[in-house]
Design a protein around this ligand. Structure first.
Ligand SMILES: *Cc1c(COP(=O)(O)O)cnc(C)c1O
Length: 362
């Protein structure tokens, strides 16, 4: 069955130059992420608020605006369709009664990385890839290994040597080749870049292929649906490579074109650890992001000293009237969020994979 995907082409996020969406692509000639573009007018005929009611509650309910063509061949492990909980006790404690938590830990392999990797790996298999490589802090590699295993391909994973052991075991149990690297995720990325051509790997690094972003944007579609298409006032996003934040921002623009929402947007708040906060520094200085030297934080998923899509993160945050903070307490002290506002937080991944870190802090 045809998925009815209305994907038409890819567009360079820097120059606007168009690229073929039906072949494997990495960065544009300008070295920037490629963004997927759809015929949203055509999509709006079948992807309607009404039609959604009859669809399964998972991320493929938005298939018209996802990049996979053959609906029968989708490797589906249960991604998306996660709950948005009200958090009244946390809300009361913090003085923000309208706090909500999108619980992404219930995705396959325990994190929201499953959304992006499901879209990317499904699309890449459809376009002929069989060998995949990824630099990862853990969750992305686990998710990739699962979808690649489901499709009978081969995974090559590069993770910092201090990555929690659960991720290494997880990837190996899915049959991935795992190399532990004495360095940061940026060093892992360099290894993938230097060997991919010779090894015939498809590089699935954050934003270096176009479709992880598409999977991740379904966070925005789901939150909109769960709130009756009345978007929250504020979204706090723990930012590493920023796919979720960039993705949600893209989803809101698509939804406006689909006629589902108006022009009002949530204020997007990028949250980073103070030991690795390149987006916060750039936001505060009003400049472009620069590589963060000496990155350190126990939030390993956020230890991303340099992000390919940094300018897209900053654009979304600035356009939305949002902000960038290194700790959540700071935003409260600065009075950036009103006590009556509707706020969405994310539980981005399962704590069960970080038992070493949790155990040592208790
Ligand atoms: C990857 C990751 C993040 C950061 O997400 P990005 O979209 O890459 O910024 C946050 N938390 C966890 C647990 C992650 O695995």
């Amino acid at each position: 069955m045809n998925s009815n995907s209305r994907l038409t082409h890819l567009e360079c996020s820097k120059t606007g130059k168009t690229y073929d969406s039906e072949v494997l692509q990495n960065l544009s000639a300008a070295g920037a992420p490629l963004l997927a573009r759809y015929d949203l007018e055509a999509a709006s005929h079948t992807l309607t608020k009404e039609s959604l009611k009859g669809r399964q509650w998972n991320m493929w309910r938005y298939r018209e605006v996802l990049p996979v063509r053959n609906a029968d061949r989708i490797l589906y492990l249960g991604e998306g369709g996660t709950p948005l909980h009200c958090a009244p006790r946390l809300g009361k404690q913090t003085g923000f009664p309208n706090l909500m938590i999108k619980d992404e830990s219930v995705n396959p392999t325990g994190s929201f990385k499953a959304r992006g990797l499901s879209a990317a790996i499904n699309a890449a298999f459809e376009r002929g890839a069989t060998r995949f490589a990824i630099p990862s802090a853990g969750n992305a590699a686990g998710a990739m290994s699962a979808y690649v295993a489901a499709g009978g391909g081969e995974s090559f994973v590069f993770m910092p040597a201090d990555t929690p052991s659960a991720f290494v075991i997880e990837c190996r149990s899915f049959g991935a080749h795992v190399e532990l690297v004495d360095g940061l995720i940026s060093d892992c990325g360099k290894i993938v870049a230097s060997r991919k051509e010779q090894e015939g790997w498809f590089d699935v690094s954050t934003l270096k292929e176009p479709y992880r972003l598409e999977g991740k944007k379904t966070l925005g579609y789901e939150i909109a649906e769960q709130l009756g298409f009345d978007l929250p006032d504020v979204i706090l996003y723990p930012t590493g490579g920023g796919t979720g934040l960039i993705g949600m921002w893209k989803a809101f623009n698509e939804m406006e074109q689909l006629g589902w929402i108006g022009s009002k947007r949530p204020r997007m708040v990028t949250v980073q650890a103070s030991g690795c906060a390149p987006m916060v520094r750039a936001f505060e200085e009003g400049t472009e992001a620069r590589f963060w030297e000496g990155a350190h934080t126990s939030a390993s998923g956020l230890r991303v000293p340099g992000a390919v899509g940094d300018f897209l993160i900053l654009k979304a945050v600035r356009e939305s009237g949002g902000t960038a903070i290194a700790v959540t307490d700071e935003a409260m002290e600065k009075g950036l969020v009103g006590s009556d506002e509707r706020i969405v937080l994310f539980n981005t991944g399962s704590g069960y994979k970080y038992l070493e870190a949790l155990g040592s802090s208790s």
